[in-house]
Design a protein. Sequence first.
Length: 75
Amino acid sequence: MEPGELKYGVPNVVYDIIQTVGNLLQGVEKMMEYAEDAEKAGDGEAATVFRTVADGNRVASQALLRRLNAHLNNL
């Protein structure tokens, strides 16, 4: 298979971006759940780390969505 081939009916990079954004956003949801668990356990430091990871996932998702928009505009 050549780079950029339509393995899933869309360019592979488009599929990859969509999958990754979904995974990252699911991670945000879990990290926020884990942060709450850490707070309840009295571990504010772990809660902060979980929230930091969630924020990183959000930033990465936004960057990938910008790339997705660029790819979709070129279809």
